[in-house]
Design a protein around this ligand. Structure first.
Ligand code: SF4
Length: 454
């Protein structure tokens, strides 16, 4: 949102000015990076691919590699089949990935390129794999693109060998590599074998070694994703990002799927851990119980700072749903809750939570617009804004603190490494929320009220 926009009161519109989302291929590209040795491939013009790589690089602060079908005028008129086949041949010959994960773009979708048919006659070397998903960006959002690529992993790769193993599939949702690392740690603590895909830990959070690695050590291997068809349980974290893949895994391989919220906040983390404990009959170790106890202790120590404060939350639906539940746990009042991704389930889920908490008068919207969010805030202020970097213009104009959360965060560092999931994530969020409110209190205090101890 440029700062030169008219004041909200002067503009009334039902169209989109500043949608709270970005385009499908970005999510598809991010999910594909969670396969070990995978090169995402953008079937369209170089401009789309460059934009998607740049956007991911700015958030993760690690180089994002992807190839492009490099459409020019000819492909735009006659279709991109020849470009895609040449790309696949060249990419395997030059960059030698294990997998090429193709996603489409607005241009190739408008032409109507039939990707499965094109792939039938593409030269794919023995032992290598090509998967695909259609991601026209005039539909959905980066979240649906991510969900689509996860589903493509199941559709192309997951296989049942006719028996089930004592292992859990976790579809982690559109979260940071630091979150995926934390999910793995929690499941390891529970002593259950894990298959997690996609998994961008070890891909987009790699250490500086001085040596460039095109395909870092992380990511779910093709063998692991194949083996997901033999797991006894799938936990789909975040309905919008993960349910489609879990449903297909159940249909294709008979693996029971349980949909859960992203494990952000105390309740959702409890639900994640209890789901594994109950299914596999394992004990929750003392280490996790201690971490939970630390969260409860911190909540008691700090609740005076955020109890009753009003908050606006925006971002991706799975993040916003989990964060809304968490701020309700904190005793805050979610007043405006908005996502740019379409889907009726968003308002249904949020409204249910607000009703259970006895909160009335809040505004909830899917497929929403940040311009509209600013109008709401301008008309009736909140104490805190929680959302992506795009919220900084609203925060500045309306003079309210912003806690950066979700995707993308383009003006801060470290966040891709630091989990917001699990009990450790709870502590981080409590720290960020209460510090933002306390910094504000310090800033606004008169000299006689300016306290050393808060
Ligand atoms: S043309 Fe479509 S796919 Fe390409 S960057 Fe724009 S919205 Fe995204």
């Amino acid at each position: 949102m440029p700062e030169s926009i008219p004041e909200p009161a002067a503009v009334h519109t039902t169209g989109k000015i500043n949608p709270a989302k970005t385009c499908q291929p970005i999510g598809a590209m991010y999910a594909a990076l969670g396969i070990h040795g995978c090169l995402p491939h953008s079937h369209g013009s170089q401009g789309c691919c460059a934009y998607h790589r740049m956007h991911l690089t700015r958030h993760f602060r690690d180089p994002v590699m992807a190839s492009s079908s490099s459409f020019t005028e000819g492909a735009s008129v006659f279709g991109g089949a020849a470009n895609l086949k040449t790309s696949i041949k060249n990419v395997f010959a030059i960059y030698n990935p294990e997998v090429i994960a193709v996603h489409t773009t607005c241009l190739s979708e408008t032409i109507g390129d039939d990707i499965p048919n094109i792939l039938k006659t593409a030269e794919i070397p023995e032992g290598k794999t090509v998967i695909h998903i259609n991601t026209p960006s005039y539909q959905g959002s980066h979240v649906t693109g991510f969900a689509g690529m996860c589903k493509a992993m199941v559709s192309y790769l997951s296989t049942s060998d006719g028996f089930q193993k004592d292992q859990v599939n976790v579809l982690p949702g559109f979260v940071n590599p630091g979150d995926m690392r934390e999910i793995r740690r929690i499941v390891n603590e529970l002593g259950v074998k894990l298959v997690m895909f996609p998994d961008t830990s070890g891909v987009l959070d790699t250490p500086l070694t001085g040596k460039y690695q095109m395909y870092p050590a992380g990511g779910a291997t093709v063998a692991e994703i194949r083996d997901s068809g033999n797991s006894s349980l799938t936990l789909a974290l975040g309905a919008f990002a993960s349910n489609d893949a879990a449903d297909l895994l159940q249909e294709k391989c008979g693996v029971t799927g349980i949909p859960l919220k992203l494990p952000i906040g105390l309740k959702a983390t409890d639900a994640f851990i209890m789901a594994i404990r109950d299914w596999f009959g394992v004990e929750v170790p003392a280490s996790l119980a201690t971490e939970r106890g630390q969260v409860v202790d911190t909540l008691i120590d700090t609740n005076i700072h955020y109890q009753g404060k009003t908050v606006a939350i925006f971002g991706d639906p799975d993040h916003v749903i989990a964060m809304t539940e968490f701020v309700l746990t904190l005793g805050m009042v979610p007043k405006y809750i908005l996502t740019g991704t379409p889907g009726k389930a968003f308002a249904t889920e949020i409204t249910k939570m607000l009703e259970e908490a006895g909160i009335t008068g809040s505004k909830v919207k899917a497929e929403g617009d940040l311009f509209e969010l600013r109008q709401w805030i301008h008309e009736e202020k909140v104490d805190l804004l929680i959302g992506t970097t795009y919220g900084k213009y609203i925060a500045r104009k309306e003079d309210i603190p912003l806690v950066r959360f979700g995707f993308p965060i383009l003006d801060r560092a470290v966040h891709p490494l630091m989990p917001v999931v699990g009990y450790r994530g709870c502590l981080r969020l409590i720290e960020q929320i209460s510090n933002a409110l306390l910094d504000r209190r310090d800033r606004d205090s008169l000299d006689e009220d300016y306290e050393l101890v808060l």
